[in-house]
Every structure is written in C-alpha cells, then in structure tokens.
Design a protein around this ligand. Sequence first.
Ligand code: IPM
Ligand code: MN
Length: 355
Amino acid sequence: MKKKYRIGVLPGDGTGPEVIAEGLKVLQAAAEQTGFDYDLVHYDFGAQRYLKTGETLPDTAIEEMRQLDAIYLGAIGHPDVPPGILEKEILLKLRFSLDLYINLRPIRLYPGVATPLRDKGPQQIDFDVVRENTEGLYAGAGGCLKKGTPDEVAIQESINTRKGVERCLRYAFDYCRRRNRRKKLTLCGKTNVLTFAFDLWERAFHEVGAEYPDIQRDYAHVDAICMWMVKNPEWFDVIVTDNMFGDIITDLGAMIQGGMGIAAGGNINPQGVAMFEPIGGSAPKYSGRNVINPLAAIMAGQMMLAHLGESDAAVRVERAVMQTIEQDMQGMEAGKMGLGTREVGDRVVAHLAAL
Ligand code: IPM
Ligand code: MN
C-alpha cells in the first residue's frame, strides 16, 4: 500500500502563497512519480486573517497540527501589521508550542548559482547549520522598568537549559554522522564573553561528543565564524549553535549560497511534527508579480520529503532543481531569473518528469 501523509499548508503573507503553490506543484509531481500519497490541510493564518478578525493562531489549530506529519509554511509578516505581532504569535508560537527545537539550515551552493564570494564554488560552500530553535534570547525572558522615561531599563535574558542544549547537540552529532562527509561538528559560541551560557554549551558539547568518537569536535566564536564563513567556508561540515547566533549566521549563509531565493530550512521536532519554510520572508514588494524565486520554497518541500523518509523523491527533486538552475535560469534574484515564478515551478516539474 502507498504511504499516505497529512501535510499542513500555511502559505501566509506576501509572496508566501505564490512560492508555496510552486512547491505544491513539485510535491504532487514527485508523489506521482515515486508513489506516495498525501492529504493537504489548509490554514489561512497570517496578516489577512489577523487584520480581519484579530486572530493570529488559535490553540485549537496548534493541537490539530500536532497530529500532522509535516507543515509547509510560506512566509509570515506584512507591512500593515506592526513588526513582532505575527512573527511572535504565529511563527515563533508554532516553533515553541510544537517544540520544534531544531532549525536545520543547509548552506549549499549549487552549480550555476552566483555567490558573492570570489574564488569559492560548490566544492567550498557545502555545510549545514543546526540552530537551537526554542530557547536562548528567543525564550522571551526579561522585562522592562520605567518604560518611556529617562530611567528606562530593559532586560532580555538568554535561557539555556541543560536539557534543551543537550538535545540540540545530540541531534547535531547524529546529523553530522548521517551526513557522513567530513564528520566535523563546529560549536559556534562566545565562550570568552558569555561565560555562563556558552560554558554550559561547551561542557555539554564535549560530554555528548564523547559518545561520538567518529565526529571531530571543533569550536569557534560567533564573530570568527562570520569571518570564516566568508574567507574559508570549506572548513565547515556542520555548525551547531544557539537560537540568536543561528538566526544571524544563517542569513550570512543564505547570502553565500546565492541569496534568499534559494535558502530553505526545517523546524524539526525529531520525535514529532516538523515545519519546512523558505527562510526569506514575505517580500511584500514582490508579491503578486510572478517575479519571486520559488526555489527556496521548493527546496523546503525537498527537505520535507527527506524528513518524511521519501528519500527517492527528495533526491529527484534536488536533481530537478539543479537542472533548472543550470539549464533554465539566469539568476536567483526576484525579477532577474529570466523566468517567472510559475515558470520556474513548471521547469522543475518538467525536469522531474524527465529523470
Ligand atoms: C528566521 C526569522 C525569524 C527568526 C523571525 C521572523 C522571527 O528571521 O526564521 O530566521 O528570527 O527566527
Ligand atoms: Mn532570521
């Protein structure tokens, strides 16, 4: 019997719906070709619904989503909604409530994609970042006093639990082993200044790492990591880090792999549901114009296939994307692809069919 999945689809705001439509096109083609089945559960959460009803993401939806095999998310954020509301009440709420404690972000430069790094190519830019996704500065601990006065105090604390850090590290070691390349895991921290938080991270890193004698342990401060990602990206195999540093270095990573048009990520609970998204955001100025690059969303769908265990489909979609880049596209930037959003999706489907 065919395997059947229940996949939640949350296209969201801006260009989210356009890129998710292309991702679903590719998903359908991959399913037909490799023989699995799925039902889609559609959700309309995002700016439109919030502006109309005041509702962001109700707890009943969270409970329903817990039962899904995966969630496919477009983008959250809209210029008519003050920053922070939708991000916190939808995106971060999903990550926290569903305990999606891993944010996996591959930094892979595909042949034919332009990188701003002179003298670096696909051989040199090929690593993954494992970002802790539920703690750190994102936990929301802190507060303020005397707001709006000259004596105002604002405190925002980084929460690092042994349990939260350890499960993230364990995933990173396992992932590094599965990836089976250089077998090197780099901890990205700031042990010279954040002497409480990264002391915990560093001790846990070596304690957990002792169980993985096949994985080489490496450490670098976050500022140095930024430097090396530009100067010597080939040094990295898998990087593991906390929520805030992971947020920052993966935007840098997205740039060296060719931009937001191609960068995808997965929010994963290894014991539960997972949510896959293009990491670029809602890009409102490009919405509705058929100019946004859907490859990041298509690659998020590809990661979803890999996560579901549909490795044949995942390999095929990646190959079809690589062929589309090499044979059909002029660039990765919105409006500079030489093709429209829908046409890129069509090309991926056509290459898939020809594999
Ligand atoms: C990301 C985004 C989010 C984050 C924002 C939108 C809350 O930048 O997914 O990297 O900071 O995690
Ligand atoms: Mn970010």
